[in-house]
Design a protein. Structure first.
Length: 301
């Protein structure tokens, strides 16, 4: 049981989960806007012993030092590693602050986004800004069948995207920390990153936040008339070689501003930018809520 629980920003919990929070604390405060400054975050936390936040705010050491009562932080967003988190988990450990996060709550929507955009591109279902029909990618309508696709990062989401593409007949290469036996059994080929770039027509980056694997050499290997997706929370590339690559006869798909990483490229003719997180669906909010509440229940014993 907490004395005071504060959600310092919108955390996307469904109604039943918000109501459930009141059984965990004597006082619950839910903010419906994003704090503009670190000082505002400190003010919102005040003397709270439990804090919830999403991915749009950061709790760094300087903020946590000013909030001595905190004993629990619930991240209502993905937590893959301390290095990529928007909470200073290493400092929190020195204060015995428990930090929890969630995973795998919005993957299904992202898989649908990749398949949807790829089908629209290959078949020529896209429209130009003036409403005229855009030609199919290779000037004739094509299926995913036989398409050479490389997955960079074969975690949960990357694996789901690979399986979906494979179901439609794509040939799958992948990069991971090590070769995966289940992927091998499915016929997926484990390759080095430059071979992934050189051997495939479509590459999908499914990396943790702040992980950059595509540099000048990788884009040189990728070549021209290629398709690149980024479904991570930050760019998977160095910006200068990426910009040079996308200025040529190539196309990049990003759903969110974080994935693209450069506001100036949002209206680039070779960039398809959705300005929305593809994983933010009704079902994802249900899964997120269940996992956030379960984390608190486990903390309370």
């Amino acid at each position: 049981m907490f004395d005071k629980l504060v959600a310092i920003e919108p955390v996307s919990l469904v109604d039943w989960a918000e109501k459930k929070l009141h059984s965990f604390a004597k006082e619950v405060t839910m903010y419906d806007d994003i704090p503009a400054t670190a000082d505002e975050i400190v003010t919102r936390i005040g003397d709270a012993d439990a804090v919830l936040l999403s991915y749009t705010s950061t709790l760094d050491k300087e903020i946590l030092e000013q909030c001595p009562n905190i004993k629990y932080i619930g991240m209502c967003c993905s937590l893959y590693s301390a290095e990529s988190a928007n909470v200073d988990i290493n400092y929190a450990k020195t204060r015995d602050i428990v930090v929890t996060g969630i995973r795998d709550y919005g993957d299904e929507g992202v898989v649908e986004y990749v398949i949807s955009e790829l089908v629209r591109c290959l078949h020529g279902f896209e429209l130009n800004p003036d409403g005229t029909k855009l030609a199919p990618w290779n000037n004739i309508a094509e299926e995913i069948t036989g398409l050479k696709c490389g997955i960079i990062g074969l975690g949960k989401l990357g694996g789901m995207i690979a399986d979906a593409l494979s179901m439609f007949g794509a040939e799958i290469d992948y990069l991971a920390r090590s070769e995966k036996e289940d992927a091998k059994e499915k016929g997926y080929q484990f390759k080095a990153i430059n071979d992934i770039m050189a051997d495939n027509d479509v590459v999908i980056c499914c990396l943790n936040k702040n992980t950059v694997l595509l540099h000048e050499k990788e884009f040189e290997s990728f070549g021209n008339h290629k398709i690149l997706f980024n479904v991570g929370l930050s760019p998977a590339w160095d910006m200068e070689p990426f910009t040079q690559w996308v200025n040529r006869n190539n196309r990049c798909y990003c759903d969110s501003p974080g994935a693209l990483g450069n506001e100036e490229l949002q209206n680039h003719p070779n960039v398809r930018f959705m300005n929305v997180s593809a994983g933010r669906t009704r079902q994802a909010f249900d899964r997120l809520s269940e996992k956030v509440i379960q984390n608190i229940l486990e903390y309370n014993g």
